[in-house]
Design a binder for this molecule. Sequence first.
Ligand code: G1P
Length: 293
Amino acid sequence: MNKNSPIKKCLFPAAGYGTRFLPATKATPKEMLPVLTKPLIQYGVEEAIAAGMDTMAIVTGRGKRAIEDHFDISYELENQIKGTSKEHYLTEIRAVITKCTFSYTRQIEMKGLGHAILCGETLIGDQPFAVVLADDLCDAPDNKGVLAQMVELYKKYHCSIVAIEEVPKDETYKYGVIDGNEIEPGIFMVKNMVEKPEPEVAPSNLAIIGRYILTPDIFDIIRETKPGKGGEVQITDALLTQAKKGMVLAFKFSGQRFDCGSIDGFVQATNYFYDKETKKETEKAAKKPTGAK
Ligand code: G1P
């Protein structure tokens, strides 16, 4: 691996069942659930593009074909609305499709997030890459997304990085939790990392959210990582090994994150983006000269 090579690839583990959203997710991938009009995974892809990435590697599973169709042209639909007032609805997704390429592989068995990431190895190769868990939906100030912030940090340290945020202590059981030394404001050198600890044994309340930058040696480490919490191969455990062998950073990002894997988080995200869009529309309307339509 050339540690100076820019991060161009982003991996999306997207094989999970989304049981918390049944029956909606019975025949629709959870990554395709929309916040306003945009599916969760498209927010993630746009965040990756904004961070300079152009290759999206998606680890899918059975029943997930809608994701592939979404990131493709629909000739019939395009033809139908071409030249009509509805054409603009496709502007954003068209831009995404032209800016990057998509490749897919399937995770045949659900053996955990570490295993899902390992399934993406053939799509990634020997280069540093990002990972986005699409159900963690992030929004950041000044259009500098969480991944863009992490890429900047990678350029300085050239090691794996996890994004973290403080959570209430009684919620540590939902997350990977880190312990570390703060080497710069908001940047921790990881000493310990535990997957979903009970509050009494959690090393801190600094929880990992679904944004990672990983160096490719992680693949060999995952291959040797034994199943952990829940009998699954955990990326948290692999990252702890990597931290002990070398260095892993945890980064308190700027911005907001919504847990769209839960109904509460999903509703909060919807309200947040609705308010944001409404504000934008109002500002746009206020700027138009009077009399203009
Ligand atoms: C996964 C990771 C966990 C991390 C979380 C962030 O868990 O295993 O370490 O904190 O994503 O969303 P999951 O939510 O997939 O169970």
